[in-house]
Design a protein around this ligand. Structure first.
Ligand code: 5GP
Ligand code: MN
Length: 326
């Protein structure tokens, strides 16, 4: 549940200040973008000046949502702001935007293990999306839900629950969604924009990556791999892989997926997903990353064969240590 004290501190801090910079993690997703923009629209409704800055562009399908094309892309910030609102970030380096730490930092997050780097730190691990917390904040600020605000909160919840698949969902999740629909959010249109806006390169890339997929001997873990060469020859980009990791989970027997994406040379970006009680977030944490029980990631370096072996072992332990998902 929300922590009322921190929420009230944030409300007071927002009321007392005028110029806000809002940032979130690099390689933004639906929850980071939705949370940032829902807050931005709400603060602007109160007459505040709000600048949204991210290091990386939003995934192409999210460009159709209000305000997303106007997000500033920068790896540093130096403007005259009274506060920096940082969403969805366990530590102050996750945005990849230098200079945020110089401001009065308001840290709003739902990831376990948040370092509490802000002047105000509000985290709620029980929130299925950071967008659920922003919903509370918008209410506490007394701003009526506009269609833009509601759409962004719905986007945050839809994407961060893996389209209502993850165990982080609570009755509250649906209560919020009910209220969002009541002010006019069109869940069909949002889902179409997010999930049915593929280009052909993306489909070909999915085909190439899934063809090369491996399954561990126990048949429970899918290992997915992508390097720059594969992406080039399929005619897709790394951005096109958004959501790919969820496909192997649609196989009944598959309990977990690990996706290795080559950054440079021997450095790999690792994304993991799991079903039910299997805690993949704990695995990511062991490798210096983080995330949630059913969705987590990290960045690692080493020979790929060795990395795959090590992650398989850890994931097998995570599966065997927990009741199997049925
Ligand atoms: P994805 O696999 O979609 O990149 O990330 C899944 C979840 O894990 C997200 O909630 C994301 O914030 C978290 N996550 C992914 N990579 C990292 C990382 O390197 N560090 C931390 N702390 N969290 C991560
Ligand atoms: Mn999130």
């Amino acid at each position: 549940m929300s922590n009322g004290q921190e929420l009230q501190q944030i409300v007071d801090a927002v009321r007392q200040r005028q110029r806000f910079v809002v940032s979130s993690h690099s390689r933004p997703d639906g929850d980071s973008i939705g949370s940032q923009l829902a807050f931005a629209y709400a603060a602007r409704a109160l007459g505040k000046d709000v600048t949204v800055i991210n290091r990386d562009a939003a995934p192409p399908p999210l460009m159709a949502f209000p305000g997303v094309p106007s997000i500033h892309l920068a790896d540093q910030v130096s403007g005259d702001f009274d506060a920096a609102v940082i969403m969805e970030c366990g530590d102050i380096h996750r945005p990849g935007v230098a200079g945020l730490e110089r401001y009065f930092v308001i840290n709003i997050d739902h990831h376990p293990g948040n370092l509490g780097y802000g002047a105000i730190n509000w985290f709620d691990e029980s929130a299925a999306a950071c967008g659920e917390m922003v919903f509370d904040l918008v209410n506490a600020l007394g701003v009526p839900l506009s269609l833009e605000i509601a759409t962004h909160i719905y986007l945050a919840i839809l994407t961060d629950t893996g389209s209502f698949h993850y165990s982080s969902i609570s009755p509250r999740t649906f209560d919020i969604c009910r209220q969002l629909l009541e002010v006019g959010v069109d869940p069909v249109a949002v889902a179409r924009s997010v999930y049915d806006s593929n280009n052909m390169g993306r489909l070909k890339l999915f085909g190439a990556v899934l063809s090369a997929m491996q399954i561990d001997p126990s048949g429970r873990i899918a290992i997915v791999y992508l390097d720059h060469e594969m992406a080039r020859s399929a005619g897709g980009t790394y951005e096109d892989t958004e959501g790919l990791i969820n496909l192997p989970l649609t196989v009944k027997e598959i309990q977990s997926v690990v996706f290795f994406k080559q950054n440079e040379g021997d450095e790999y970006r690792v994304s993991m997903r799991s079903k039910g009680e299997i805690d993949i977030g704990a695995v990511a944490k062991e490798f210096g990353g983080g995330g949630h029980k059913n969705a987590a990631g990290c960045t690692v370096t080493g020979p790929i064969d060795n990395l795959q072996k090590v992650f398989l072992e850890k994931i097998e332990q995570a599966i065997d240590g927990r009741p199997a998902h049925r």
